[in-house]
Ligand binder design. Structure first.
Ligand code: PLP
Length: 390
């Protein structure tokens, strides 16, 4: 018998801190969960109907590896209309199983063993694991609330080595809701150009920005050639369960990703692809309505967090608030655990997204206003009991 059958790579990755925490919440009754990173809307009916129709009509076979050409055409037109991007349906797009798979094939296509990827943290929990499963090394960049949890070219420069291959940039960010401005992206673009780096731009929340016009990284002059754009339908279109995303990149980057996709996934589910096509053709008004609703909830929720003494910067996008719990003297984990036990409100401790998240909690405001208001009453009571805030 071997001592272990498990690969070193699989042994080394850590289970997601979010899941661990929610196992505890799921054993309790009456919990208000601000923990899950998904819309509280059900996918629009016309989108669901398009999928049902595809099944009724018997479309149950594999699609092209890269996805239905008709869907890729819609994605190409959408990216052009919404973000001024120009991707050819034939050879610059792949429809994937969620943005998650898009990220996986992106890092697997570009990394050789030991190559480094610069990742500002706190960040989405999958990045480090995917990079290390691809044989690479995640190099985290610390950020702070004072600078809106954003990294600058100087921060990247400080950790650059001859093994640095790529940057993963998430805007708007999970977990902080921060959105990079055009000027900030231009500085990072100049840095990527100077050091010949690939930028994996995770723009899954691009539809959900509330204050300023959104700039996609690939839109910055000269950047399309070194950008792998990751996006999908989960968040903006309220389609998490459909598992549908896409990756857009120039053909020299798309082709190796397609090879990996072809052998590991074959293609994304056909019924989800038909739904996504309908979402792009006739779903943008619904996206706008959901966005308005998130913006209203953000304003109420973030203002109230600040009022109850949990200092919170204004998140420009996504549906997360990332308030500080430092005044209470508790660690993120202790705060989240005790809040759950005492007041039955589930939030995610900020440290699961990286060391710069220590002292913060992530609260999703993709819940009804009533639920958010009740959660705030409970959180206020909890914070007052700590004696940190009157
Ligand atoms: N990227 C970020 C930043 C996310 O927050 C998530 C999901 O939470 C994903 C990617 C994965 O999205 P999908 O559901 O499309 O796989």
């Amino acid at each position: 018998m071997r001592t272990t059958y498990i690969s070193k790579a699989a042994q080394q990755i850590k289970p997601s801190g979010i899941r661990k925490f929610f196992d505890l919440a799921s054993t309790m009754e009456g919990v208000i969960s601000l923990g899950v990173g998904e819309p509280d809307f059900v996918t629009a009916w016309n989108v669901r109907e398009a999928s049902i129709l595809s099944l009724e009509q018997g479309y149950t076979s594999y699609t092209a590896n890269a996805g239905l050409l008709s869907l890729r055409k819609e994605i190409s037109a959408y990216l052009n209309k919404r973000f001024h991007l120009d991707y050819a349906p034939d050879d610059e797009l792949i429809v994937t199983v969620g943005a998650s798979q898009a990220l996986d094939i992106a890092v697997r296509a570009i990394l050789d063993p030991g190559e480094e990827v610069l990742i500002p943290e706190p960040c989405f929990v999958a990045y480090e694991a995917l990079v290390s499963l691809a044989g690479g090394k995640a190099v985290h960049i610390h950020t702070n609330a004072e600078r809106g949890f954003k990294a600058s070219a100087a921060d990247f420069e400080a950790v650059l080595t001859e093994r640095t291959k790529a940057i993963i940039l998430c805007t708007p960010s999970n977990p902080t809701g921060s959105v990079y401005t055009k000027k900030e992206l231009e500085e990072i673009a100049a840095f990527a150009e100077q050091h010949d780096l690939i930028v994996i731009a995770d723009e899954i929340y691009a539809e959900l920005t509330y204050d300023e016009a959104y700039t996609s990284f690939a839109e910055i002059a000269g950047m399309k050639k070194r950008t792998i754009l990751i996006s999908g339908f989960s968040k903006g279109f309220a389609m998490t369960g459909w598992r549908l995303g896409y990756v857009a990149a120039p053909a020299y980057l798309r082709d190796p990703m397609l090879k990996i996709h072809q052998y590991s996934m074959m293609c994304a589910p056909s019924m989800a692809q038909f739904a996504a096509e309908e979402a792009l053709k006739n779903g943008l008004e619904d996206v706008e309505k959901m966005k308005k609703s998130y913006r209203r909830r953000r304003n109420v929720f973030v203002d109230s967090l600040n009022e109850i003494g949990l200092d919170c910067h204004q998140p420009g996008g996504a549906f997360y608030a990332f308030p500080s719990v430092k005044k209470t003297g508790m660690s993120s984990e202790q705060f989240a655990e005790e809040l759950l036990i005492a007041e039955k409100v589930a939030v995610v401790p900020g440290n699961v997204f990286g060391p710069s998240g220590e002292g913060y909690i992530r609260c999703s405001y993709a819940s009804s206003l009533e639920q958010l208001q009740e959660a705030l009453v409970r959180m206020k009571r909890f914070v007052q009991k700590t004696g940190a805030v009157q």
